[in-house]
Ligand binder design. Structure first.
Ligand SMILES: [Zn+2]
Length: 429
């Protein structure tokens, strides 16, 4: 049955339409049939939802997720990952290329896009910069772009060789391609288990110093400028120094953008004290000063968007001695709650900025169509309950993996419905 639903008196928040007001919103089929301050005459068959406590945003987009397919379907699949995304309120995600095999060839890009043709949550592809993400030889990026790849990154395997990175910028420049980097000088982080600082010293765990991230951020910003102001996107930025490097690059007029994860503005390395392996990720949780700098960057516009770095792992990869456990946590179903609680309700940003960080800006960075919340537009929307208080239960996650440090967290602001491609899904959290 085709979608036919009226949200009565819903708070619409749409940065691209400069709208923040209450309206009656009628969604029919795959589009917005009516959006009005006046009463809307609907069909007899229309489902009515009292939306007094709800807000409607352009569909949320997460530009950094690991869907693990092909090759590691025991952790996640495109099906389970997109269900988890829709359950968290996301109508679009961009998946990272560290699959097995890596997304470094056109058939793999096509395979993923085909697998996600009918999912509510759309899947876009970030392909590899180098073949097998090995840093030795460039992947056929132009061909990959023609087949639909919207961004390039070797993610966890930072492109260490400056000459290779320089060539990647030159190669993508004529087509205005977007390179993103997981910034990590691997010679400074070998064998790391957490952030290098007081807590790592106390626990006797090998540390990952902030400088290892910042050296690459600085180098790449210089290489992007050197090649004539190429576009460059810093993945999951985690240190105060990186925030400042991006801020300065933007002030100079460079086309540099960046994302931060919810865990980097909610938790610090203190969370590692009890050797909780769900507090282990890459980049690692940093200090309170880093967290404060990230929030400042979110407030002043240095930080462009929030991305989860959703990184599902199986129990046998996480329930290990801390140093042995894999890096990464799931994130698609906690992102809205954490950003609402720790950014909006904490008084750092308003709802319009929230919509930019979670939807319009990541879409703009990737060159995707602008979502309008207007009569006649395609209905690509996320409905949230901004003031609803709830407790996250990891067990309710629709991801195949449950590696989250946020189980039991009291949150304010909850995803309620994801709407896209003529489908609507009620979030169950
Ligand atoms: Zn990464």
């Amino acid at each position: 049955m085709s979608l036919n639903v009226l949200f009565e008196n819903i708070e619409i928040i749409s940065p691209s339409d400069s709208i923040h007001e209450r309206r009656n919103l009628w969604i029919k089929g795959d589009s917005i049939h009516a959006s009005s301050r006046q009463e809307v005459q609907v069909d007899a068959a229309t489902e009515r939802i009292n939306a007094q406590d709800l807000a409607c945003l352009p569909g949320l987009f997460d530009m950094h997720v690991h869907l693990r397919e092909p090759g590691q379907e025991y952790k996640e699949t495109i099906q389970s990952g997109t269900e988890s995304a829709a359950n968290g309120g996301f109508t679009g995600v961009c998946c990272m290329p560290n699959t097995v095999p890596a997304i470094d060839n056109a058939p793999t890009v096509e395979y993923i896009m085909n697998r996600a043709k009918e999912t509510l949550t759309e899947v876009l592809v970030c392909a590899a910069i180098t073949k097998e993400r090995a840093g030795k030889e460039l992947a056929p990026m132009l061909e990959l772009k023609e087949h639909g790849a919207v961004m390039f990154s070797d993610d966890g395997a930072c492109v260490m060789n400056a000459e290779m990175m320089n060539r990647a910028f030159k190669y993508l420049k004529p087509v205005n391609g977007l390179i993103s980097q997981h910034c990590e000088e691997h010679t400074l982080t070998e064998g790391f288990a957490m952030h290098e600082g007081t807590v790592s010293a106390l626990l006797g765990l090998k540390g990952y110093p902030s400088i290892a991230e910042e050296i690459i951020v600085a180098r790449d910003i210089m290489l992007a400028a050197h090649n004539g102001n190429c576009r460059y996107h810093v993945s999951h930025m985690s240190t105060a120094g990186s925030v400042e490097l991006v801020r300065q690059a933007k002030l100079r007029g460079q086309r540099v953008t960046c994302e931060v994860t919810p865990h980097h503005f909610v938790l610090t390395d203190e969370a590692v004290r009890h050797y909780n392996t769900n507090a282990k990720m890459n980049p690692p949780l940093r200090t309170q000063e880093d967290l404060n700098a990230i929030i400042m960057g979110i407030k002043d516009g240095t930080v462009d968007c929030i991305a989860t770095d959703h990184a599902p792992h199986a129990v046998h990869e996480k329930e290990l001695e801390f140093a042995m456990a894999m890096n990464g946590i799931t994130g698609l179903e906690t992102s809205v709650g954490l950003a609402m609680t720790y950014l909006v309700h904490a008084g750092h940003i308003d709802m319009m900025r929230f919509a930019e960080l979670m939807s319009t800006t990541p879409r703009e960075i990737l060159g995707l169509e602008t979502i309008h919340v207007q009569e006649g537009a395609k209905a690509n929307l996320t409905i949230i309950a901004p003031r609803e208080e709830w407790t996250f239960e990891g067990g309710k996650s629709l991801s195949k993996s449950k590696n989250t440090p946020f189980g039991g967290f009291a949150l304010k602001g909850k995803p309620k419905f994801a709407i896209n491609r003529g489908m609507m899904r009620a979030c169950v959290l």
